[in-house]
Design a protein around this ligand. Structure first.
Ligand SMILES: [Zn+2]
Length: 390
């Protein structure tokens, strides 16, 4: 194997509190990282780095773990520019929202859908995202949901079955029948292609009892639960997530004190998706309240064509710092280690020996610049699994 050292890193985020300055970020100044194959084998002060086959001088730039984006909806076709334009122009918009995407996705070929996933994955990678979860949810038939997951699994290991995104228009008069489909034949067809099961628990989508039935059925087929919870209104989603040991409750915008307490005490990560609030001009989730209660918080893009069409984790970090009460350090942790926790992964989201060599070099002396210089493309190099990819 060839070893490579990246030296003279002005500020290295390891996410190991036993290293460096002792904060959760485990910051090391004037640091080096050594890669062997697809793994990190050494992390420490640059002056103490072992001899390696290759050396790359970071010349005073900062390095962070690759971003872990634990929530996206990339298997889609079609365009919803008009909907966004109307929303941002204060005009009423009466077209079908999510149904527009369902219709376009059903009509698209496998090749079109796969090319679309590849396109947005590459876009995310250029912005430093080295792990990305994605979901089905725009097919809503047995065949279309299974197809979406088959396509997604060609591009990422983190694949989520979201047949319960909304009740299919085909079952508008029979939501119970749709839940039977989602927990029966559709689950059977989808489970082999997915790791996770998700449900949109919200007024107008699926209520608490339906969500429980869906997640429980998925768990019986070997899928682990995660949940879209408390995005638009207060509801049972967050507490159901904690009760079922879901890896993550995503959105968490409208929370009661009991919801916050449950997240503070349980193992379920609270994943906040500020791109959605930004793109719908909605109320921000209160990250400070969750952090102060002891909850583990992740940040993610929710990249989807309707409510959050961004693949940029740096943008989400900037929003979280500016509008959600997070410090720059907390936001960086949540976009890396937090995302890993939301996917129950320990091999990513940190720069320590044994972790996968997913590294991002910033064209800046510190990770704080991700919030300090919003909208500026600061990612200057990306490694995934030890391979330089950008
Ligand atoms: Zn979502």
């Amino acid at each position: 194997m060839t070893t490579t050292a990246v030296t003279h890193i002005a500020s290295l985020v390891t996410n190991d509190p036993s290293l460096g300055n002792g904060t959760p970020l485990g910051l090391i100044q004037d640091a080096a990282v050594v890669i062997d194959g697809d793994r990190i084998v050494w992390t420490g002060e640059s002056s103490k780095a072992p001899a390696t086959d290759n050396v790359l001088d970071a010349a005073g730039r900062a390095m962070i773990p690759g971003f872990v984006d634990s929530h996206s909806h990339l298997v889609f076709a079609g365009d919803r520019t008009q909907e966004f334009n109307a929303r941002m122009s204060g005009q009423p918009y009466t077209a079908g929202g999510i149904r527009t995407t369902v219709a376009a996705t059903r009509e698209a070929s496998d090749e079109q859908l796969s090319a679309n996933v590849a396109h947005y994955l590459a876009e995310a990678l250029r912005q430093g995202t080295t792990t990305l979860e994605t979901k089905s949810g725009y097919g809503l038939t047995v065949e279309d949901e299974a197809r979406a997951l088959r396509i997604a699994s060609r591009h990422t290991d983190e694949v989520t079955y979201l047949g319960a995104h909304v009740v299919s228009p085909d079952y508008a008069d029979d939501p119970a029948g749709y839940v039977d489909l989602v927990t029966g034949p559709m689950l059977d067809a989808c489970a082999p292609h997915a790791r996770w099961i998700d449900v949109f628990c919200e007024r107008g989508a699926f209520d608490g009892d339906q969500a429980r039935a869906i997640l429980t059925a998925g768990r019986a087929k070997g899928l682990h639960p995660r949940i879209h919870a408390n995005q638009l209104t207060y509801g049972p989603g967050v507490q159901l997530a904690v009760e079922l040991d879901a890896a993550s409750a995503d959105h968490c915008t409208h929370l009661t004190d009991a919801d916050v307490d449950a997240l503070g005490q349980g193992d379920t990560v609270a994943t906040l998706l500020p791109g959605a609030e930004f793109s719908t001009r909605a109320t921000w989730p209160d990250a400070r309240r969750l952090l102060d209660a002891g909850a583990t918080v992740a940040l993610s893009t929710d990249c989807n064509p309707g409510s959050s069409f961004t693949s940029s984790m740096p943008f989400c970090i900037a929003l979280a710092v500016r509008d959600m009460g997070m410090t720059p350090d907390e936001a960086l942790w949540s976009a890396t280690a937090g995302g890993a926790a939301a996917l129950r992964r320990t091999d990513i989201g940190r720069i320590t020996p044994g972790a996968r060599a997913d590294l991002v070099l910033l064209d800046a002396p510190s990770h704080v610049h991700l919030a300090y210089r919003p909208g500026v493309p600061l990612v200057s190099a990306v490694w995934r699994g030890g391979q330089r990819v950008e």
